[in-house]
Design a protein around this ligand. Structure first.
Ligand SMILES: Cc1cc2nc3c(=O)[nH]c(=O)nc-3n(C[C@H](O)[C@H](O)[C@H](O)COP(=O)(O)OP(=O)(O)OC[C@H]3O[C@@H](n4cnc5c(N)ncnc54)[C@H](O)[C@@H]3O)c2cc1C
Length: 520
């Protein structure tokens, strides 16, 4: 177990070194608390990391970032964590291209061009398209300067003020609260294909805010990537500062149990059988595992367990990684995310989610990260990562890994290559490196149940609920995409900071004042 002194009591133990755990640990260590992060894998970052194959560098999950611009919320987050602005975040414009066999559409910060292109394709919906885009322009103008705050950390009076301010400044929040993208798009448009495209692939009962996010990001110019090293730069920076503040990390250390005494979290038990005592525990791990395996249903309120069992997971992903000796930039690609719809049925709006799984009928996202970050591939060569929704169950048999796992994975990879040839001609004869992650790979490497990409699925109903980072167990908090505010790197950084603030708030309450003053 690394060089951790097992006799030590820590102020806080954090389970998991994803970006949620790292940001929580960094703030706690910066405030002078003794902190240990236990991470089951050999690298920090969770979903936020790179891997290399024969000179090509790939990001299995996170690749674009929001809130990292000059007016984004990450500026304040970095200041709170005492992190220097040493990573260069570059705006990515255009943000994405929608490609189908019949037409192409570009979504960029030139939102008026997007509006014109949409009107060109759907002339009968001209007025509705204009009204819809104007609605999001108004929202963007009104949310400027508002930041995401955890309700756990503010007083009742502040909550009322925040609600009042939010409703007054952003009336859409009240108007669309709990409404699905489907309901709102139905109220604006008639054309089923147009409505389908404007969901940008979100599930049918997703909130309208989820569906409209790409348009909101385009209007705000809020779409970034990390220059040079790619996404790995983030966990590396956080870990460096976490350690400099005195934080400890134990890699290859799986937490098997959260120790609970007198209804309070008192530390963790690792797979090596060591018990590490702490005053507080923060879980950055999976929502099911944290409660059902690390604690156990019998120690939790029945209502809480029932709710856990009812909740849905965010979608599993299959990603194929290719290193190619094609000069994609020369071929005219600019590194914008591509949403490719290989076929579009007559009425995609009426089809049900996940019905009759077929890659050809779905949507693929194609990334060519090395176009923006030439350091990710050898000179003149490029990385291509193609992701698509594939059900977890396809790879399993009676709850175990299917005996045909390798063949199934290979078949899906080959199908993806065949389809992508229509976007990148000649692709199959220029592949130098090839690898793939199935939902099981994502699950194995991060312990996210079924490889859930963003923690719990936030349907319109869930989206509108007030969610807490506190748990039914005293002194146990959550940080990361299984709790407030939700999935995505900026959200889990905010979540980690809020979890740390909850611990600090409790410490101040229950620790003699002089001790906290000594440390500051
Ligand atoms: C395919 C894909 C694409 C994505 N694209 C983007 C994107 O472009 N932009 C974006 O912002 N977000 C993206 N996301 C989402 C984003 O990556 C996640 O929401 C975010 O990284 C989650 O961070 P986290 O800290 O909550 O948890 P995780 O990254 O899941 O980290 C949790 C950590 O806890 C460790 N752990 C869990 N249980 C234990 C235990 N019992 N003992 C010890 N260690 C444990 C795990 O090993 C892991 O390191 C994507 C996700 C996927 C899957």
């Amino acid at each position: 177990m690394g060089n951790v002194d097992m006799g030590t009591d820590y102020d806080a133990v954090i389970i998991g070194a994803g970006m949620g755990g790292l940001s929580c640990g960094t703030l706690l260590a910066k405030e002078g608390l003794s902190v240990l992060i236990c991470e089951q894998s050999s690298k920090p970052g969770g979903y936020c990391r790179n891997f290399k194959r024969n000179g090509f560098t790939f990001a299995p999950a996170a690749h674009f970032l929001n809130e990292f611009g000059p007016n984004g919320q990450m500026k304040e987050a970095f200041q709170t964590l005492g992190l220097p602005p040493e990573i260069e975040f570059r705006p990515q414009d255009p943000q994405r291209r929608i490609m189908t066999p019949h037409f192409h559409l570009t979504l960029s910060t030139d939102i008026d061009r997007f509006e014109r292109d949409l009107i060109h394709l759907f002339p009968r919906e001209r007025l509705s398209i204009h009204a819809y885009i104007e609605e999001w322009k108004r929202l963007v103008k009104n949310i400027e300067g508002l930041s995401i705050k955890s309700f756990d950390l503010i007083s009742f009076k502040e909550k009322l003020q925040l609600l009042y301010k939010g409703i007054r400044k952003v009336p859409q929040v009240l108007r669309y609260r709990g409404k699905t993208g489907r309901e709102i798009l139905d109220s604006f448009f008639k054309d089923p294909l147009l409505k389908y495209l404007l969901t940008f692939g979100a599930r049918k009962d997703s909130s309208i805010f989820t569906c409209a996010s790409p348009i909101i990001w385009a209007i705000k110019g809020d779409y970034y990537h990390v220059k040079d090293k790619g996404i790995d730069a983030l966990p590396q920076l956080f870990l460096r500062y976490y350690k400099a503040y005195g934080g400890e990390i134990s890699l290859n250390t799986l937490v098997k149990k959260i120790v609970i005494e007198q209804d309070k979290a008192r530390g963790v038990l690792t797979d090596g059988g060591e018990e590490i005592q702490s005053k507080y525990v923060v879980s950055n791990g999976d929502g099911h595992l944290t409660f059902q395996s690390l604690i156990g249903n019998d120690l939790l309120p029945r209502r809480f367990v029932r709710r856990l069992q009812e909740r849905e997971l965010s979608g599993p992903t299959f990603t194929l990684y290719l290193g190619v000796d094609l000069d994609l930039a020369q071929m005219g690609f600019d590194g914008a995310l591509i949403h490719y719809y290989p076929t579009i049925s007559k009425n995609p709006w009426e089809e049900r989610d996940g019905e009759g799984f077929d890659i050809e009928n779905g949507r693929m996202t194609i990334r060519m990260d090395s176009i923006k970050n030439p350091m990710l591939a050898p000179m003149g060569k490029h990385t291509v990562a193609i992701s698509t929704f594939v059900p977890y169950e396809i790879f399993t048999d009676g709850g175990n890994v299917s005996p045909h796992y390798t063949e199934i994975k290979e078949k899906i990879a080959q199908k993806i290559i065949d389809i992508t040839e229509k976007v990148i001609p000649g692709l199959s004869s220029h592949i130098m490196v090839r690898d793939a992650s199935t939902p099981l790979t994502y699950e194995r490497t991060t312990l996210n149940t079924h490889g859930a990409a963003m923690g719990w699925y936030l349907s319109a109903k869930e989206f509108s609920r007030i969610r807490s980072q506190k748990t039914p167990i005293a002194n146990l908090y959550q940080a990361g995409h299984w709790t407030f505010p939700g999935g995505g790197i900026p959200m889990v950084i905010i979540s980690g900071i809020s979890a740390a603030k909850l611990v600090l708030k409790r410490m101040k309450k229950f620790t003699p004042k002089c001790r906290m003053e000594d440390k500051s």
